[in-house]
Design a protein around this ligand. Structure first.
Ligand SMILES: [Zn+2]
Length: 490
């Protein structure tokens, strides 16, 4: 992945990697931008190298945290971390019956740049479940928490850290369910690094360092942190440029003070990018799937153009810019789609952060319609709370190999640029089927049918409940939105 190490002046090192021609998932939405760099001379233009940085803003490491489970202690953890400018992600199961861990709880957890990740619905040992339950546990959790937080979820922590058992099909089913759910980051490095069921580069991960869930051990933490940071950074960077804290916010009393002391030692490093896991995952996915190609130019030209192909923010999870490092050349100016972009000279290299294009926005609001088992026709009860008046129905007819989605938009909420991903139960391959519509016009319910692929022959794929999901991205009157229409058939 690393193409070179640029030694910049003043001892500053900038890591770069080639814009990857890595496997772009066929279901990923991509768009193009044009980068234009004006160099000091034609010689500069001729010898310049333009690369994508593996960490945002050309930093050495991304630094994050993962804290698991619905726990009131997590609110305290967030405050302790925020005091030191640290960020991270809370991995949540579903809300409880008392509503202690719903949207309000998420909102509190997400202050100061923290985010939410998936941790299954009910915290089961996934390898003990059948295919239908594995799929529902993972996918329904992502749907529910996107609805609660109005933000995309791209990162997963397995409940009990379990994704394998002595049944070989368990690992196979769980891997397939995770990728089909729409995640592309997992905190378990072993799941990402040693998994023949994932495409190369399909998932990102990181190196976990643990200060101590109940008893904080600062010495052990520092020793563990030194391994990636100073002892063998190259070995670690071969598989991730992210280091993160974990695992549980179980500290109490004096342990919080000991944790503060640890946080003090890792805060304020200008060479680290303090980010949540959602941002790290989105950035890593961008690096893997973006492509930067120089366009043909006259040898005497001082300005050079590069075609940038990159995934849309809604599929990445955040709208974090993509960092380019321009080496071996003096730069006079940088433009992206004709707009001037600031750049910074650091030693011998130039660092430029490329924002996403105008009109490429994350969903501002995410809604969910849960279709009851008995529903057969559009009804007022199938209205989305997040998009008033918008109704949806999902009907599966496996015997006829048919899945039907019906959308009904009110006058106040006409949908444009409608992109539908049907996420199918595990026995179907391909597991994600895409349909697009120019619009769903007001007052005219529109139905989209897909033919279900033939089920896989091994019976284990078809066991358990059937969970059907339509994930609909669109542009509405108030901007980008996402709607899930789901149906659980027990
Ligand atoms: Zn847990």
């Amino acid at each position: 992945m690393l193409r070179g190490l640029l030694m910049a002046g003043g001892g500053v090192q900038l890591l770069v990697c080639a814009a990857m021609a890595a496997p772009v998932a066929p279901t990923l939405r991509m768009y193009s931008q044009q980068l234009e760099v004006e160099y000091a001379t034609a010689d500069d233009a001729g010898r310049a190298s333009v690369d994508v940085a593996p960490v945002y803003d050309g930093r050495d490491w991304a630094f994050s945290a993962r804290w698991d489970d619905c726990s009131l202690n997590s609110l305290q953890m967030r405050q302790h971390m925020a005091k030191f400018g640290l960020k991270g992600t809370f991995y949540l199961t579903q809300n409880n019956a008392k509503n202690n861990f719903g949207p309000e709880y998420c909102k509190e957890l997400m202050q100061d740049g923290f985010s939410i990740g998936g941790h299954t619905m009910t915290h089961p040992k996934l390898p003990e479940l059948d295919a239908g339950k594995i799929w529902w546990e993972l996918c329904a959790n992502r749907v529910g928490r996107e609805d609660d937080t109005e933000t995309p979820l791209n990162s997963l922590a397995f409940s009990y850290g379990q994704f394998r058992s002595d049944k070989p099909e368990a690992f196979l089913m769980i891997s397939e369910a995770v990728r089909r759910t729409g995640y592309h980051h997992c905190v378990y490095a072993d799941f990402v690094r040693n998994n023949p069921n994932l495409a190369p580069g399909e998932f990102s991960t990181g190196c976990q360092v643990v200060p101590g869930d109940k008893v904080v051990d600062a010495q052990k933490f520092q020793a563990d942190l030194e391994k990636p940071v100073s002892r063998s950074p190259e070995a670690y960077r071969k598989w991730s440029h992210c280091i993160f804290l974990g695992v549980h916010a179980w500290q109490a009393g004096e342990e919080w003070n000991k944790l503060d002391a640890v946080f003090q030692t890792i805060s304020g490093k200008p060479e680290w990018w303090y980010c949540n896991q959602t941002e790290w995952a989105a950035y890593a996915r961008q690096v893997t799937c973006s492509e930067l190609k120089a366009e043909p130019a006259e040898a005497a030209a001082v300005a050079r153009r590069y075609a940038l192909s990159r995934p849309v923010p809604g599929d990445l999870g955040t709208a974090t810019p993509l960092t380019c490092v321009i080496g071996k050349a003096n730069v006079k100016g940088v433009k992206l789609d004709g707009q001037t972009v600031p750049f910074e000279t650091r030693g011998a290299a130039v660092v430029v952060n490329l924002p996403h294009g105008q009109g490429q926005a994350l969903p501002q609001r995410i809604g969910h319609i849960e279709v009851p088992t008995a529903a057969q026709a559009l009804a007022d009860s199938l209205e989305c709370a997040d998009f008033p008046g918008l109704k949806g129905l999902l009907v599966a007819d496996p015997a006829q190999q048919k899945l039907s989605l019906t959308l009904d938009a009110p006058t106040a909420c006409e949908l444009r640029n409608v992109h539908i991903r049907f996420r199918l139960p595990l026995q179907y391959e391909p597991g994600i089927v895409i349909k697009t519509l120019d619009s769903v016009k007001a007052g005219a319910p529109q139905t989209v049918d897909i033919a279900l692929p033939a089920p896989k022959p091994e019976p284990f794929w078809s066991e358990g409940p059937q969970y059907w999901v339509a994930e609909i991205d669109f542009t509405g009157p108030t901007g980008a939105g996402r709607l899930f229409v789901t149906r659980l058939v027990p």
